[in-house]
Design a protein. Sequence first.
Length: 558
Amino acid sequence: MENNKKVLALKYRPQIFEDLIGQDIIAETISNSIKAKKSPNAYLFTGIRGVGKTTIARIVAKALNCNNGIENLCKENMCENCSAISNSNHIDVLEMDAASKTGVDDVRDLIEFSRYGPTSARYKIFIVDEVHQMSKAAFNALLKTLEEPPEYLKFIFATTEIKKLPITVVSRCQRFDLSRVKSNELFEFIKKISKKENGKASDDALKLISKISEGSVRDALSLLDRALISLEKDSELDLAKAQKIFGCFDKSNLIELFKNIFMGEEKKVIDIYRSIYDQGIEPKVFLNDFLELLYYFKNISYLKIDSTNFTLNDAEFKSINDLANEISNETLLLFWQFTIKTLGEIEIVSNQNIAMEMFLIRLIHLKGISSFKSENFDDNKLGKDYLSKELDNKNNDDILFDIKNKTVGQIKNIVQEKKQTEKPISESSNQTKLVIENFEDLISLCASKKEIKLKHELETNINLVSFEKNRIEISFNDRLDKEFIKNLSTKLFEWTNDRWIISLSQKSGEPSKKEKEIILKNKLLETVKNGNIYKKVLEVFPDAELIDVEKNLDSNDD
């Protein structure tokens, strides 16, 4: 295949350490170790897809075997070894895909092959890609050779799943973690490639490609290749075309939708969403971008335009910055929770598009009702009929606040709403107080209230020291749940409308209810064992053992 017919990811594949982008420290470390003739027995490269794991493996193989030495490593006019390694047909450099050769027999063949020295190169090198796919038996067969290989043998492993590798293998390798390539570096790289290919692309379009590729050089080049191929002669790839090609949508549409949610413009919100959906945007992608926008609204004051990973342009950054000052943090956090919840819900809905529209409508009405409550709600009128009547009488413009003149998103969270409604109930003079006279009453009340966990703790882990009105003193117990005192105090206040003091004491306290039952049971067993009936049983059945005793409540006998 001619070089100019290759896809961009292969055509511009780095050939020497200097060609690598985003991995400067790793390249320098490896280069220095080879120059000092202190290269390890095995290299292990790990990182996400497309950051250069296999590429660096080949460069290392060339650096170890180049006829010109590492100082003059071949780039264009390659020596025999470098040319063969670049084309993956060198007899002494074996590239193996562990995804297709996972068994122990494959590794045995590899070990057998390693017994013979290199034919034409300085080192015999095994490059194993996706090494985490090898079986456990295959790893075990490789361990000894990996730890003490012949002087002429080098291993180079590459994986995207470092956690799946046995620690015994990782410890025998020199590990290098390849990081995602920074957006700025990736942008400059694909901009240079675009010019070399005589492609016309705007900076905004290239920034979008950098963002979508998520730090993967191969993904960025593949996306650029796809975009340039789709262009007609002499036409330019602008942001709008790039968004259409890659299935993205303009963030300004999402910002406008967000603004209309807070203005209560339901029709406009649905229209904007439908226009986004008509572009082919999946609901899951929309929700993730919605979450991203919520993040920027919350943290825009701490960010700079160049730190948003090319997600926002200058105009979008300014729009969010202006609008963020009018939105409360409570609103944003509540919207975040609703969006996360919806992400899980759409997986079980057959028509995800309808679920998305209902999600947006819920946000509008949630904001509207909460804002109404915070300004116009009368604590003395708690009935649903009153609330419905007030909502009917109010104009929507009164309920849904004006974004220009009022603080946006005065939404109260669940805890605040709970406190607001609980206070008048707890102070009501008509509330009937529950009376707890003793410890047994407390256990019975927990049972009736279905507080099973509290009941279990009271019966099992509580050694009571004293029980008085609104005061309980218990002995310290390591087995006691850490939240027990807090939970019991809360429930007692809820049930009795009185504050209870629950204190821990160094005194031993009386046995717990369960301990008392065990002591009583043991006494009963001893009594029966000393009785004549049990002795007579042992005479007939010498191996008999008394395990439990039950009283017959229907019997009239003593």
